[in-house]
Design a protein around this ligand. Structure first.
Ligand SMILES: [Zn+2]
Length: 427
C-alpha cells in the first residue's frame, strides 16, 4: 500500500489522506484548512472567487490527479470521519461520481450546513455506513468505528489491504457523553494494527483543567442556582453533546433553555438517529425564540419554521422571566437585549473553543456582562492518546491533525513515524 498525507501531517485542519493499493485508491477526509501558510487563520471567503487551478497553485487544494470535477475519477471512495469543515469543507470541488461514505449523523449535519449556506458541499453520491460492518471498495476492506468527539456521529476507520491494517483515528476523545465508545475500544481494540494514524490536536496546547462533559453539566447546574441572574450561553449549535449537557443542567436547576430555530432544526433532524437528543416539544425546560436572523428567515421562507411554533417564547415572556432562563447566544439575540437595555444582572457562559472568544468579548465587556468559561475539549488529552495507542498496540504511529508531530516521539517513542505533507510512503 501507499500512503500520502496531502495535508495534516503538521497542522490541525485541512485533513486529507490518500491510500493506494494496486489500482485502487481511497481518500480519507477532504477538509478546509484552518490556517494559511503563515499559520494565520485561513480566509475562507478569499477562495470563493478563485479557480480550481489557482487553488492548486496556491496549495489550498492538494494536487491530486483524478479527484476533481473536470477529471476522469481515479478514486473508489472518499471516507468522511465527521461533520467538521476541517474534514469535509473542500468536497464541492470533487467529482460527484466518486462515492462518499459517512455516518448518517454526519450526512444530516452537512446537509443542514448546505441548506443554510455554511458550506458549498452539496452531497449527492453518498452512502451512510453501518457501524462496525466491513465493506469492500476496490482492493480495500473498510470498517467504520464510532468514536466520542464533539463532532456528531464521528467515525474512525480500519482500512485493510494486502495484509496491511491501518487504523485512522479521526478526531476523538474519551471524556464526552459517548465516552463508553472510548472505553469499549480500550477493552476490545481492533487487533494486529500495523499503522495507527493518530490525531494530536491537544499536543502543545495549554492543558487546562481536565473536565468531562458530565463535569460541564454539573458546573452549569451550580452556576444556574443563582436565580437573580439571566444567563446567555455561547456554544456551537452543532455540538450536540454540549446541547445535551446544557439541557440536562436546565432540567436539574429548573430553568428554561431558550434555543433558536436553527438549533431546533438541527435537533429535529437528528431525532431519527437518537431519541435521547432533546427536542423543541419536550416541555417546560425548552422553548424557542424566533430570533430575526438569516437562519430564521431561511426557515420562514420554506415554511420549515412553522413546525416549531408551539414552543415559541416571546421577548416579553423572556423579559418577565429572566431569572429562569438560559438563552442560547447569537449575534441577533444579544443585539436585541442590548438595544432594549435588558442586560443588567446577566452572565455570558462561554462554552466553546477559546479561539473565538476575542470576537465577542468586546461586546460583553461594553455591557458590563461578566463571562464564565465552562468548556471541555472535543479532542483526546495526552493520557487518553496514550491509553488509546497502548490498547491498539500498532507497529507504527503516524502523527496527524497536530501542530507538533515531534511531540509524538515523547509520548510514543520509536514507534513514531513522522511523515511529511505530500510525502508518499510505502507501507
Ligand atoms: Zn473535529
Amino acid at each position: 500500500m501507499r500512503l500520502t498525507i496531502h495535508r495534516g501531517a503538521r497542522e490541525i485542519g485541512g485533513t486529507c489522506i490518500e491510500l493506494q493499493s494496486g489500482n485502487s485508491k481511497v481518500l480519507i477526509d477532504f477538509g478546509l484548512p484552518l490556517v494559511d501558510v503563515n499559520r494565520e487563520p485561513f480566509d475562507r471567503e478569499s477562495i470563493k472567487s478563485q479557480s480550481k487551478d489557482d487553488l492548486i497553485q496556491s496549495g489550498v487544494l492538494p494536487d491530486i490527479q483524478g479527484l476533481y470535477k473536470d477529471e476522469q475519477p481515479a478514486f473508489d471512495a472518499i471516507l468522511l470521519s465527521h461533520p467538521h469543515q476541517d474534514h469535509y469543507g473542500l468536497l464541492s470541488y470533487v467529482n460527484p461520481k466518486i462515492p462518499i461514505y459517512l455516518s448518517q449523523g454526519c450526512l444530516e449535519l452537512i446537509n443542514i450546513s448546505y441548506y443554510f449556506g455554511q458550506t458549498d458541499s452539496d452531497l449527492r453520491n453518498v452512502e451512510a455506513v453501518t457501524m462496525w460492518k466491513p465493506f469492500e471498495k476496490g482492493n480495500f476492506v473498510i470498517t467504520p468505528y464510532p468514536v466520542d468527539h464533539s463532532g456528531f456521529d464521528a467515525l474512525a476507520f480500519l482500512i485493510e489491504s494486502d495484509g496491511t491494517r491501518i487504523f485512522y483515528s479521526g478526531d476523538f476523545r474519551g471524556h464526552g457523553r459517548k465516552s463508553i465508545l472510548f472505553d469499549n475500544m480500550l477493552k476490545n481494540p481492533p487487533k494486529s494494527i500495523d499503522y495507527l494514524i493518530l490525531e494530536g490536536s491537544m499536543l502543545g496546547r495549554d492543558k487546562g483543567q481536565y473536565r468531562t462533559e458530565r463535569d460541564i453539566e454539573n458546573e452549569l447546574v451550580s452556576i444556574f442556582t443563582d436565580k437573580t441572574r439571566l444567563f446567555f450561553l455561547a456554544c456551537s449549535s452543532q455540538n450536540i453533546d454540549r446541547l445535551v449537557s446544557v439541557y440536562r443542567a436546565c432540567i436539574r436547576s429548573d430553568r428554561i433553555f431558550v434555543i433558536d430555530p436553527y438549533t431546533a432544526l438541527i435537533l429535529d433532524k437528528l431525532k431519527k438517529i437518537s431519541e435521547r437528543i432533546p427536542q423543541f416539544d419536550w416541555g417546560r425546560n425548552i422553548r424557542l425564540f424566533f430570533v430575526p436572523n438569516r437562519y430564521t428567515r431561511r426557515m420562514s421562507k420554506d415554511r420549515s419554521l412553522f413546525k416549531f411554533k408551539s414552543a415559541k417564547i416571546t421577548y416579553q415572556e423572556m423579559q418577565n422571566n429572566k431569572g429562569q432562563l438560559v438563552i442560547k447566544d447569537s449575534y441577533s439575540t444579544r443585539q436585541i437585549f442590548a438595544k432594549k437595555r435588558d442586560m443588567a444582572n446577566s452572565t455570558l457562559i462561554y462554552s466553546m473553543w477559546d479561539g473565538y472568544l476575542s470576537d465577542v468579548e468586546p461586546f460583553w465587556d461594553e455591557h458590563n456582562v461578566p463571562i464564565a468559561k465552562v468548556h471541555t475539549s472535543g479532542h483526546a488529552y495526552m493520557d487518553e492518546l496514550q491509553e488509546f495507542a497502548k490498547a491498539l498496540n500498532p507497529k507504527y504511529i503516524i502523527p496527524n491533525h497536530t501542530f507538533y508531530p515531534e511531540k509524538y516521539l515523547e509520548l510514543f517513542g520509536n514507534r513514531t513515524k513522522i511523515v511529511g505533507d505530500r510525502e508518499r510512503i510505502e507501507i
